[in-house]
Ligand binder design. Structure first.
Ligand code: PHE
Ligand code: NA
Length: 454
């Protein structure tokens, strides 16, 4: 088996921080609150929690196990393991799909993360004060229409991502994450404290958690499942790539449960904070859609006492969350070029980030010049990339991972990798991986092409 002689291994706790950094991102702070708002609140939250538990956690454990056992980038890791267990090397498509999905997601994720940098600067300049719904909309539309400003922020975001990876796995990734994650959590606490002072925390929590069965629909179940993949960063090798740096003595099951709880908590807590601001500001609706973060929140920040400060804390938090996610999107491809072709990490980072930057220009144009330019099924360039990665590549990657680990790998081998976890957990995990996760994922994919219910 070809493996690197001196593969970097992270110190205690770093893996949890890095995996949480990958998981917590725009998915939690931007997407989760608005899809919760659009899908009726608490009923959706409940579905999402089920999906995280039954599909997300088991597949995340499988991915980390593969990465750690293979001690390599996702492509080589799955390839090595299939050779080891005498399975066909075709299984390495899991790794290939993951590296490609990560690269494509990075290209557009960085564009949207760029908006958060722009908003951080606006917050610092105090531009939110006195905004109303209309002027906030204008501000956002002006940003989307300004190609060169979008390119500038997209470039900045890809650059700071590549910069961290160039320094390598311990000096770059590990050090960055050890500074970023505590800062992120401090900013989140400030935000929650402030949301509490709006006096609308209870209304907000009621909106998020008081469950009305009538709001449940088959369609929102599918959205919840897709979001469980995206939010946990699974189905695309990011967590697998990080798994390669996890110490052998760490317990995978416990770690994954911690990461999933943190990810879910950040989604729920930012949701509660955001809706508290929304409810405290007259004339603003929770069902504001994708504009919730960029149009609605600035109005709230602009009209509340100390709003400038809260706005800075909020967009600072979002930038850190997005940054720690883009790092994990870039890592699989960088590790692949480094380990497979012997590229230095600096040239690998520059090459992959440069290519993702180029592809990202298509997403930049999708918000102005090409916005009505239909590429497929009524979707423009950006929507196509988002659709194919989030709704197809990630679930299919997760499905194949569940089948490979659940059905192709021997129980003893899994027991060996999972020896730090309780045997009962191992048994439950393997059973869910074999039966529950694949069926649930197949259900989303099939429903996508042959909608049986809406
Ligand atoms: N989990 C990240 C988020 O919620 C997005 C992401 C997806 C990051 C896939 C890495 C891999 O924003
Ligand atoms: Na997330």
């Amino acid at each position: 088996m070809k493996r690197l002689k001196q593969h970097a291994i992270w110190g205690r706790g770093s893996f949890i921080l890095a995996a949480t950094g990958s998981a917590v991102g725009l998915g939690n702070i931007w997407k989760f609150p608005y899809i919760t708002g659009e899908n009726g609140g608490a009923a959706f939250v409940l579905l999402y929690l089920f999906c995280v538990l039954l599909v997300g956690i088991p597949i995340m454990m499988a991915e980390i196990m593969l990465g750690r056992k293979g001690r390599s980038n996702p492509i080589n890791a799955v390839d090595n393991i299939s050779v080891d267990i005498g399975a066909t090397r075709v299984w390495s498509v899991i790794g290939w799909m993951g590296v490609v999905a990560g690269f494509v997601i990075l290209s557009y994720y960085s564009v949207i993360a760029g908006w958060t940098l722009d908003y951080l600067v606006s917050a610092l300049e105090g531009k939110f004060s006195g905004l109303n719904g209309d002027s906030s909309n204008e501000l956002f539309n002006a940003l989307l229409a300004d190609k060169s400003r979008l390119v500038q922020w997209h470039t900045a975001f890809i650059a700071i991502t590549a910069l961290v990876l160039m320094f390598g796995v311990t000096k770059g990734l590990e050090n960055a994450i050890r500074f970023m994650m505590p800062s992120l959590f401090i900013l989140l606490l400030i935000l929650l404290g402030y949301a509490y002072t709006t006096g609308e925390m209870v209304t907000s929590a009621r909106f998020m958690f008081s469950f009305n069965p009538a709001d449940l629909s088959w369609n929102s179940a599918l959205i919840a499942l897709g979001h469980a993949f995206f939010t946990l960063s699974i189905g695309m090798g990011a967590i697998m790539a990080y798994g390669a740096y996890m110490p052998s003595t760490a317990a995978i099951g416990k770690t994954v449960i911690t990461v999933a709880i943190l990810d879910v908590m950040v989604g729920l807590l930012t949701g509660v904070a955001i809706f508290a601001f929304v409810f405290a500001t007259p004339g603003i609706e929770p069902s504001g859609g994708p504009g919730l973060m960029f149009v609605t929140l600035p109005v709230a920040f602009g009209s509340m006492p100390m709003g400038t400060f809260v706005g800075i804390a909020f967009f600072g938090m979002v930038v850190l969350a997005a940054w720690s996610s883009t790092m994990s999107l870039l890592e699989p491809a960088v590790a692949f070029f480094h380990e497979r072709f012997g590229f230095h990490r600096i040239s690998a980072s520059l090459l992959v980030a440069g290519a993702a930057w180029l592809l990202g220009l298509g997403s930049v144009l999708s918000f102005n010049q090409w916005s009505d330019q239909e590429l497929l099924w009524g979707m423009n360039f950006y929507s196509c990339l988002d659709f194919f990665t989030t709704n197809l590549l990630l679930p299919i990657g997760g499905l194949l991972t569940a089948i490979f680990v659940g059905w192709r790998m021997k129980r003893d081998m899994l027991a060996h990798e999972m020896q730090q976890d309780h045997p009962r957990l191992l048994a439950v995990w393997r059973w869910i991986l074999r039966y529950v996760s694949p069926i649930a994922v197949l259900a989303i994919i099939i429903n996508l092409f042959f909608p049986i219910a809406t």
